[in-house]
Design a protein around this ligand. Structure first.
Ligand SMILES: Nc1ncnc2c1ncn2[C@@H]1O[C@H](COP(=O)(O)OP(=O)(O)O)[C@@H](O)[C@H]1O
Ligand SMILES: O=P(O)(O)OC[C@H](O)[C@H](O)CO
Length: 538
């Protein structure tokens, strides 16, 4: 088999997202030259589970790389390096032969909620937060492993290594068991030194499982060669250097301009999840009193992102569109999700701004930023008989913007400029709502695949295309930033008035969510008991 000869003019970035797995080819100066995508698949259950086949995820990744090869002639020989990032958090357990131990638990999995409640009440919770910079929530591997240890210990007993999504793909690409400094430190470590912290592991009750945590590898410094088996499956050349990217949240932000040296800028990703972040030196991180948010390392020495993240962003848009699609389907009218997405800006323009309040906590796992409550649920406030579908769509979009403001309010001053990325940033109407709600201009990067680009930038630094990340950003990111879109003053004043009501309502709703969740749990337990009785009396 041919192997890599150490040259090439293409960098491949892989971004294994929650909705799509993408493989993207860039030239060495950062121009995107080809892209291939495979839809990701995961399952959700009534018990709050959200799981994904690990074997299929690797097959889908390999398929995306093969498709990329079909689109770009001579890709294998031209590839100078590959980098991989992916959906963060979650628990991907592999055994000693690098086979999956069951399906992966995703970041959307809510089963660890009782364990999060327990651990947050125990001594050591604040110390853990001060080390990781990250509030414990159901998404994270630490909480999920602690829950698995309590409820399904055989899974951990059968595992040799606990990985995240991108780490699992890296293992399949290279055979190396590794994780990156960002997920390692915000889950089990300290963001100041990017290393594991045994005291954190102890507070999670995971001392006996410490051996499952893999080596931490900085993908801007270290690469591993593509293995012969992976080469066969992907159509690339064995020996091609592979760099392990940081978690997708920070790769996307890096590619979209979170760190360009301009003071006061911030970056929001409005994708399935909503991620709101600013680049700061690790010494400038301000931890809140509520133990919420993330501190995610950047692949730049000393620099991290201070983050608050909404569990669900465009998942809310998808929900309201699906309501419309389902109704039309019942009446025999078939429309696609894409057709409905194309209508969003029209609906936004037909509805009165600020007429309704919507809290976008549509995920089964509740909300994680700026507050953590697995019981939080979405809802409209202010409906009256005259409201129509466009009003609901507008309220959902305004709810995403209010939730973003809520996150920035928790982190200090509102940003002076907001760089936007993620699927929903394509909507001009949504950008206008966000800009007015934050009270700052927004800019969208012409970069289509910011996450894959962020990862490829790490490979570019790792193989010496650039001496450091700053120089790479100067060519890959800054020139692609679009014009600043300024907020409409009247709309900004309206949303400024609405925000305190939005925030007050979410505080007031907390006991209602908790009571509803208690009822749901009691009903589920009652149904399970009735089913068990039915079985024993047969
Ligand atoms: N033009 C648009 N206007 C508003 N929302 C959009 C638009 N295009 C895509 N979206 C939303 O973005 C979602 C996809 O976002 P994306 O960032 O690609 O997903 P992910 O975060 O899962 O990678 C779509 O499902 C839809 O809700
Ligand atoms: O794959 P996407 O939805 O872009 O990213 C998911 C995040 O990594 C996740 O929210 C981490 O908890």
């Amino acid at each position: 088999m041919a192997s890599h000869n150490g040259r090439g003019d293409i960098l491949i970035g892989i971004d294994a997202g929650t909705s799509v797995i993408k493989a993207v080819a860039f030239d060495l100066g950062g121009r995107q030259v080809a892209e291939a995508a495979v839809k990701n698949r995961y399952r959700t259950g009534d018990d709050g589970s959200a799981t994904q086949s690990m074997a299929e995820t690797w097959e889908d990744c390999a398929e995306a790389l093969r498709h990329l090869g079909e689109k770009l002639e001579g890709l294998a020989a031209r590839t100078a390096a590959i980098a991989v990032t992916g959906q963060g958090d979650g628990t991907w357990l592999a055994d000693g032969d690098h086979r999956p131990v069951g399906d992966a638990w995703l970041w959307l999995d809510a089963r660890a909620a009782p364990t999060v409640d327990r651990l947050e009440k125990e001594a050591g919770a604040r110390a853990r937060f001060e080390a990781t910079g990250t509030g414990l929530n159901t998404c994270q591997q630490g909480a999920q492993m602690a829950h698995i240890a309590a409820t399904r210990p055989e899974l951990l007993a059968n595992a040799a290594v606990a990985l995240h999504c991108k780490d699992w793909l890296y293992l399949n690409l290279t055979g190396a068991r590794a994780t990156d400094p960002s997920e390692a430190s915000f889950t089990f470590g300290n963001f100041r030194n990017r290393a594991y912290d045994d005291a954190v592991i102890e507070t999670l009750g995971l001392r006996d499982f410490r051996h499952l945590l893999p080596e931490i590898v900085d993908g801007t410094k270290t690469t591993h060669p593509l293995s012969p088996e992976a080469a066969k499956q992907t159509g690339l050349l064995a020996g091609t250097p592979v760099s392990l990217g940081f978690v997708d949240m920070v790769m996307t932000a890096l590619g979209a301009g979170v760190y360009t040296g301009d003071a006061g800028t911030a970056c929001s990703t409005i994708g399935s999840t909503g991620v709101h972040m600013r680049a700061v030196h690790a010494s400038q991180v301000r931890l809140n009193d509520d133990n919420t948010g993330y501190v995610i390392a950047l692949p730049v020495p000393g620099m991290v992102t201070q983050v608050q993240t909404n569990m669900a962003a465009t998942l809310n848009i998808d929900w309201v569109l699906e309501v419309g699609r389902g109704l039309l389907a019942d009446m025999g009218v078939e429309v696609s999700h894409r057709d409905l997405v194309a209508k969003i800006d029209d609906w936004l323009s037909r509805a009165r701004p600020g007429a309704l309040l919507y809290h976008p906590y549509i995920s089964e796992a509740g909300e994680r930023g700026p507050f953590i409550n697995a019981d939080a649920r979405a809802g409209f406030i202010g409906l009256s008989a005259g409201h129509r579908y466009p009003d609901l769509v507008r309220a959902v979009v305004e709810g995403l913007a209010m939730a973003a403001r809520d996150c920035y309010a928790e982190m200090g001053e509102m940003p002076g400029e907001l760089r936007l990325t993620g699927g929903a940033a394509r909507s001009r109407g949504l950008r206008g709502v966000l800009s007015a709600t934050i009270g700052a201009p927004v800019r969208v990067s012409a970069r289509e695949e910011a996450g894959a680009a962020g990862a490829a930038m790490m490979a570019a630094v790792a193989i010496g295309v650039y001496p450091d990340m700053e120089r790479c950003i100067g060519e890959w990111v800054t020139p692609l930033l679009g014009e600043a879109e300024r907020p409409d003053p009247a709309m900004a004043a309206l949303y400024q008035r609405r925000y305190p009501t939005y925030a007050a309502a979410r505080h007031a709703l907390e006991p209602i969510w908790n009571a509803m969740a208690k009822d749901r749990r009691a009903e589920r337990d009652g149904a399970a008991e009735a089913a068990a009785d039915g079985r024993t009396t047969k």
